[in-house]
Design a protein around this ligand. Structure first.
Ligand code: 5CA
Ligand code: ZN
Length: 409
């Protein structure tokens, strides 16, 4: 699949700082010190509805990770998937009486537009589940042939007991795992499974559902977790720097992915850091396509809201926190954007060298964006109150805010 166009990232004077970030698997901060090329996999959308504020918040976090790396003059190798065949997508297509392929294409196209408008850096490899099937089939065959997977009425399940490290990403109790498995696409109640938590790797063709040639597996379609493992291993290899997503992906998705990869390669973990963004809520509940309590990026754009203000609204929250979207959050961001734009539109101002370092320090500190925004606020206040004589300062602030926060002033 093609991704979306990249907005340019201005180079800043001086040197960026290494990123210290919270890793779910170890429960502490890790300093990500990748080589000259940093490798990141971010789980993409299941395209059955438009991009909402929760998605945008999660993609914003991983966009910042890349901006910090780029500021240290590293290259970034970024991979993202699109879960363009899965139960929720097929169910929505049936509910609305539309073709599932068309639905996925339409919503993916809208996602690209939203990401472009929000100045999110595009992945180098943007890969759909369907196009990944030829790579998924041999992995499932290998898992089955090595005894890490088994067949149940034609479906192939992964055996979580095959992985000695199972549980070491989420550290959740078995009880919680069971609960979340039922809630998030698993089938812990299905009779005949070796362990109720075992996830499906390959689902045998069902009447009226799409299916693909699975060689020795028979016709069917891939499970969700093996999709991301196949794409990540194909394009990044084992031991890449970050696997990212929202905190609802900790279990089962990232736990199972690490297990699949462990069973395939003997190595653990697949990613050096498992990084998770908090959940955005609306009206007291997690924003989700299945509940329908959504604020769509595309709707706000149609209403004339500046995407830079949306981005500032996202940045005003710390990425790991759960938070609630309200109209006030957007109004505050719009006002802030106005103040910042006024401040950089003057021909000179107070020196901004220290501000650049403050931004770098805040972002390298587990993406502390609220502190970063306050630093820019202070420069803008000083500009409004006293001005200054540095004629390079307004341009430097614009470039720094663009390069490090993705906001175009
Ligand atoms: N296709 C899979 C990942 S392989 C999937 O989870 N798709 S999704 O469309 O449901 O979600 C896309 C990303 O948005 C995931 O990282 C998910 O954790 C994140 N996300 C979903 N809802 C929210 C929310 N309310 N707040 C923050 N992030 C969210
Ligand atoms: Zn994924």
């Amino acid at each position: 699949m093609h991704a979306w166009p990249a907005s340019e990232v201005p180079a800043l004077p001086g040197k960026g700082r290494d990123l210290r970030i919270h890793d779910t698997a170890t429960g502490g901060r890790v300093t990500l010190a990748p080589g000259p090329v940093a490798r990141i996999y971010v789980c993409g959308i299941t395209p059955y509805d438009a991009t909402h504020m929760g998605h945008a918040a999660t993609y914003n976090a991983f966009d910042l990770v890349q901006r910090v790396w780029l500021d240290t003059k590293r290259q970034v190798h970024y991979v993202q998937n699109v879960t363009d065949v899965d139960d929720p997508l097929l169910e929505r297509a049936i509910r609305d009486g539309v073709d599932w392929v068309g639905l996925a294409e339409r919503e993916t196209a809208l996602f690209r537009e939203d990401m472009t408008a929000l100045r999110m850096l595009p992945p180098q490899h943007y890969i759909g589940a369907v196009e990944a099937i030829p790579g998924i089939v041999p992995l499932v065959e290998r898992l089955r042939d090595s005894g890490a997977a088994y067949e149940l009425d034609g479906d192939i399940y992964f055996s979580v007991d095959a992985d000695p490290h199972f549980g070491e990403v989420s550290h959740y109790s078995t009880e919680l795992m069971r609960h979340l498995s039922a809630e998030r696409g698993g089938d812990p109640e299905r009779p005949g499974k070796k362990n109720p938590l075992d996830p499906m790797l390959w689902m045998a063709a069902r009447e009226g559902e799409p299916s693909w040639d699975g060689a020795s597996l028979g016709a069917g379609r891939p499970g969700w977790h093996i999709e991301c493992v196949a794409i990540a291993l194909d394009h990044l290899g084992m031991g890449f720097d970050v696997q990212g997503g929202g905190s609802d992906l900790i279990f089962p998705h990232h736990e199972m992915g690490a297990s699949h990869a462990q069973a395939l390669t003997g190595e653990f973990p697949m990613a050096k850091a498992y990084v998770h963004a908090g959940m955005v809520a609306l009206d007291g509940e997690k924003m989700s396509k299945s509940k329908g309590n959504l604020v769509f990026i595309s709707k706000l754009r149609r209403d004339g809201v500046d995407p830079a203000a949306i981005r500032l609204a996202l940045l005003s929250h710390r990425y790991r926190d759960d938070w609630e979207w309200t109209d006030q959050v957007l109004r505050d961001a719009q006002e802030r954007l106005g103040r910042w734009r006024a401040a950089v539109s003057r021909p000179d101002g107070p020196s901004a060298d220290a501000l650049v370092e403050e931004l770098r320090e805040a972002l390298s500190d587990d993406l502390d964006t609220p502190t970063a925004l306050v630093a820019v606020d202070r420069w803008a206040e000083l500009q409004a109150a006293e001005g200054g004589t540095d004629d390079s300062a307004p341009g430097l602030v614009s470039r720094a805010v663009d390069a490090l926060l993705g906001v175009a002033l």
